[in-house]
Design a binder for this molecule. Structure first.
Ligand code: SAM
Ligand code: SF4
Length: 466
């Protein structure tokens, strides 16, 4: 290991005491889900009978809002650290065929959606959606806008790789209504960038950010990672200073998930240069204090936002939610995922499209639904899901709110909460109203959330708890 707790400094007594408590509860040697859904996608079963997806679409009620997520699983360069579902772009014909498939799926879904269901969010993600040509982008967004009814306040966001965008594509997206953007950065340090197979200068990032602002982007998110090879506190702080100069509205600070058994490209990552789990903790802590001292509010376990940003407002109004993209202020109960591997969430359960691009196309081209795996909510799924979401969003489970979801499930969660309290001692506080995690113990949140997970959690399927 390249770093250890000592080499990243900080011998402050209070911090070390907190560190020892967190260690005693397993923070440094456990793997746990990130809980962007409950149950987690590893529990989806190949049990989506024909007709289910069409039925769930048809059962949506006029007047309801939905969110749309469109997945482009291609990148011109594939970064070694990346665990997203994406692949190198080998020729335009594959992309063209994929886009044909997407257009067919858009029509397939829109044909089954009742009139009066409106889109309140549209997100283009990947992979790299911005590798589409201006004409392809315009045709894709145009088809979506043509086939779905849109709320007039729709939020339209796009994941932007600064190395894969130009003024023409930005103009097309802006003209189509893009009002939010997420820019991938990870880390600006050249040594770190070289070790993760992603070079990206500050200058090019700053140029794209200023172009986005010129297009009146209302909310700009940047993604950064801690736990990367050769990352030190000094390097991380420098990256944060540079990022801060770009004045993002939101920051997603993810812990690098090193899972080469799932993301094969990660075998190129020099494992002996990876920080130890203890060092990851100090890196995360340092980034946390750096962003909060700059006036950003901590949001959930790994985001930061300016106090006037929608995420911070949602946090204060108790409207913060968690979905596959992390934290959101989107409270729509239905998310429809379009494209290979995309996951849809309906009030009745989850459906995931075929993760294999060829398999996805074969289904779509023969007029079938793209969904191959999923989960139908049953029993206490709804209450447990909400309990876990509350922990990850608010660091507290409000039992009265849970009772409004389902009295039986809420009683079960109360019982689990008392087991949590006996197991975690002073790391949590339990009252008649709530189970709460005090600020110093919040790194334990995912470990505590796991207690409310009624499904078996295979540690190999998940990443480090810190
Ligand atoms: C689809 S990718 C980014 C979009 C765009 N392709 C880019 O590179 O800018 C979304 C984000 O997932 C995060 N991510 C990817 N691989 C990760 C990993 N192994 N562990 C944690 N986060 C990861 C990165 O922060 C990345 O920016
Ligand atoms: S980080 Fe972005 S550009 Fe790099 S491989 Fe992942 S999705 Fe593609």
């Amino acid at each position: 290991m390249y770093l250890n707790a000592r080499s990243v400094g900080l011998h402050d007594h209070t911090r070390m005491k907190g560190f020892e408590t967190l260690k005693a509860y397993g923070l440094f040697d456990r793997n746990v889900p990130r809980y962007t859904s409950y149950p987690t996608a590893t529990h989806f079963k190949a049990q989506v009978e024909p007709g289910r997806q069409a039925r769930w679409l048809q059962q949506l009620q006029p007047g309801q809002s939905i969110s749309l997520y469109v997945h482009i699983p291609f990148c011109r360069r594939v970064c070694w650290f990346c665990a997203c579902r994406t692949q190198g772009l080998a020729g335009d014909s594959r992309l063209n065929r994929y886009l044909d498939g997407l257009h067919r799926e858009i029509a397939w879904v829109a044909d089954r959606l009742p009139t009066g269901v409106t889109v309140s969010r549209l997100h283009l993600g990947g992979g790299t959606p911005t590798l589409l040509s201006p004409d392809q982008l315009s045709a894709l967004v145009g088809a979506i806008q043509h086939r779905f009814e849109f709320d007039h306040r729709v939020e339209f966001s796009v994941e932007i790789d600064p190395n894969e965008i130009d003024s023409e594509r930005l103009a097309v997206l802006s003209h189509a209504g893009m009002n939010r953007a997420s820019v991938g950065v990870q880390d600006f340090d050249p040594r770190v960038q070289q070790a993760i197979g992603r070079s990206q200068s500050y200058e090019i990032t700053a140029q794209v950010v200023s172009q986005l602002r010129a297009h009146d982007i209302q909310s700009l998110n940047v993604d950064m990672l801690y736990g990367l090879p050769y990352q030190t506190e000094a390097r991380l702080v420098r990256s944060i200073e540079l990022l801060h100069a770009l004045a993002p509205d939101r920051v997603a600070l993810y812990g690098y998930a090193h899972v080469p058994w799932m993301a094969k490209r990660q075998i190129l990552i020099p494992t002996d240069a990876l920080p130890s789990t203890e060092a990851r903790f100090y890196l995360a802590e340092r980034a946390h204090s750096q962003w909060t001292s700059q006036g950003y509010e901590a949001i959930g376990i790994d985001h930061f936002a300016r106090p006037d940003d929608g995420l911070a407002r949602a946090k204060h109004q108790g409207l913060l939610r968690r979905n596959f993209q992390g934290y959101t202020d989107d409270t729509a109960p239905t998310l429809i995922g379009l494209g290979a591997s995309a996951i849809s969430k309906y009030p009745q359960g989850f459906i995931q499209n075929d993760p294999d691009t060829a398999g996805y196309l074969a289904r779509i081209e023969t007029g079938q639904s793209a969904g191959t795996r999923g989960h139908v909510f049953r029993g206490e799924d709804g209450t447990r899901a909400r309990a876990i979401e509350m922990l990850l969003c608010d660091f507290a489970i409000d039992f009265h709110q849970l009772e409004a979801v389902d009295a039986h499930g809420a009683a079960q969660c109360r019982q689990i909460a008392s087991h949590v309290a006996s197991n975690f001692g002073k790391a949590v506080s339990l009252s008649e109203e709530a189970l709460a995690i005090p600020p110093a113990m919040r790194p334990l949140t995912r470990l505590i959330a796991q207690w409310f997970d009624g499904y078996e959690v295979a540690s190999s399927a998940h990443s480090s708890a810190i």
